[in-house]
Each structure stands twice: as C-alpha cells, then as structure tokens.
Design a protein around this ligand. Structure first.
Ligand code: ADP
Ligand code: MG
Length: 238
C-alpha cells in the first residue's frame, strides 16, 4: 500500500507537470495557427508560387489544430478529474452533445437518431465530463462512417443504473482492436491521438460507472455507458 501511495503521488506530480506544460504550449500554438491563417488569407495572387505558399500555410494551420487537440486530450488525461456530481437528466447531456455535432454530421451524410426514455430518474454526474465522453463516442462513430450512416443514441433505466448507448453503422472493429481501444495512445487512425476512449474510461470510472463496447466488423459498433443512481456506490479512486 505504501509503494502504491508513493507511486500514485509521483504519477500525480508527473500529471501536474504535463498539464502545466500543455497549458504553456497552448497559447503560442493558438497564436501560430491564427497568424498562419491570416497570412494565408492575405496572400493574394494566382501564380503557382503564391498557390504553393498558401498550401504550406494551410499545413501549418492544420498541424497546429492537431497539436491543440492532442494537448486538450493529454491534459484531460493527466489532470486528476474529480467529477462534480450533480443529480440531473442524462437526456439533456445527450441532446446537447447531438446539437454540437449535428450540422457537421449532416454535411457528411450522418444522421443522428434519438431513442431516449422519457421517464428516467435524475442521476448524479458531472455534465462537462459526461458530455466529453459522449462527444468522444460521437466523433469516433462519425469517423467510422466515412461514407455516411446512422448513429443511434439511446437511454434507459435499468436496476440501480441509468444507461446510455451510442450505436453506429460504421466499419466496426475486429476483436484484436476491440481489446485495446481503452488503452492510452492506442489508435488505428493516421492522425489519431488514441486518448479519447482512455479519457472516457477514466471519467466513467471516476463516476463509479462503466463503459463497454461491442462491435461487428463491417456492421458497426455500440458503446454503452452505465451510471449508478446512488452516490454510495461510487468507487473509491484507486
Ligand atoms: P482515436 O479516435 O484518436 O484513434 P480513441 O481512443 O477515440 O482514439 O479510439 C481508439 C481506437 O478505437 C480508434 O483508433 C479505433 O480504432 C477504435 N474505435 C473507437 N470507436 C470506434 C467506432 N465507433 N468504430 C470503429 N472503431 C472505433
Ligand atoms: Mg477518438
């Protein structure tokens, strides 16, 4: 137990240093990406040279955005995140998340279908954190359907828990992939961070809840979130 305590303190210190570093990098990065965009838009001219330079500036912008996402996910992962548990309606978190992605998704031929139970009890959760989980699941579902499809969001009450599922009609995953999806930095995407599901797992664990996935290659995947109704069932952080 002593060793575990020392280790977790050391881990917390490393996490703190990492989130401090992430914070320090974020501002200059935003500035660099923003200026690259301004210079690109101001760079007139039809000649191939100007065209080429605009292409390079676009790359700077895109890479800056990619690093911003990475930083956000790393700081989400390293920051100890004690959830602010407030009893509330889980459907609202689902609706707010869907609203956030809807217009981008519909342009990509992705339809969001809501099948929410309308007599759910209030359940304690941290709205920002659970919305982050739902957003991670929605983004992954969208990325699994490059030529469009459907995402079903469901909610229901089961025993002492409230459950939410996010089901896509995407490419699915073979079992070798499915086994590893919650590990930090595991990704099958060229530009993935592999942190979305690791962060989501942590958040669900901190809520005393759970996250699970099933998948059929070529047919799609389903992620299921479980949140306990009673705060007393919330696990002591390890
Ligand atoms: P990232 O999206 O950056 O790759 P995640 O932690 O969000 O990281 O996901 C890890 C991996 O899990 C993905 O690279 C992908 O292989 C797999 N995955 C997650 N969600 C889905 C999904 N809905 N359909 C198919 N594969 C998925
Ligand atoms: Mg992801």
């Amino acid at each position: 137990a002593q060793e575990h305590l020392v280790r977790s303190e050391r881990f917390a210190a490393v996490g703190e240093a990492a989130s401090h570093l992430a914070h320090e990098i974020k501002n200059p990065l935003l500035l660099m990406g923003g200026f690259a965009a301004q210079v690109r838009r101001g760079l007139a001219g039809e000649d191939p040279q100007a065209e080429k330079l605009r292409g390079k500036l676009q790359i700077i912008e895109d890479e800056a955005k990619r690093l911003e996402t990475l930083l956000r996910e790393v700081s989400g992962f390293t920051k100890p995140c004690k959830p602010d548990l407030i009893p509330q309606d889980i459907n609202q978190a689902v609706l707010d998340t869907v609203r956030l992605v809807e217009s981008d998704f519909s342009e990509r031929g992705i339809e969001c279908v809501l099948e929410l139970s309308h007599d759910l009890p209030a359940v304690p959760f941290d709205k920002n954190q659970i919305q982050q989980v739902l957003l991670n699941l929605a983004k992954n579902a969208g990325e699994a359907m490059p030529s469009g499809g459907k995402i079903h969001f469901r909610s229901w009450h089961q025993g002492e828990t409230v459950m939410v599922s996010v089901q896509d009609t995407g490419m699915g995953m073979p079992s070798e992939v499915l086994e590893r999806i919650f590990s930090p930095f595991f990704t099958t995407k060229a530009k993935g961070t592999g942190l979305g599901l690791a962060v989501s797992f942590r958040i669900m664990e901190d809520h005393g809840g759970d996250i699970g996935a099933t998948s059929t290659p070529g047919q799609g995947s389903t992620f299921v979130l479980t949140l306990p109704l009673a705060p007393s069932t919330i696990a002591v952080p390890k």
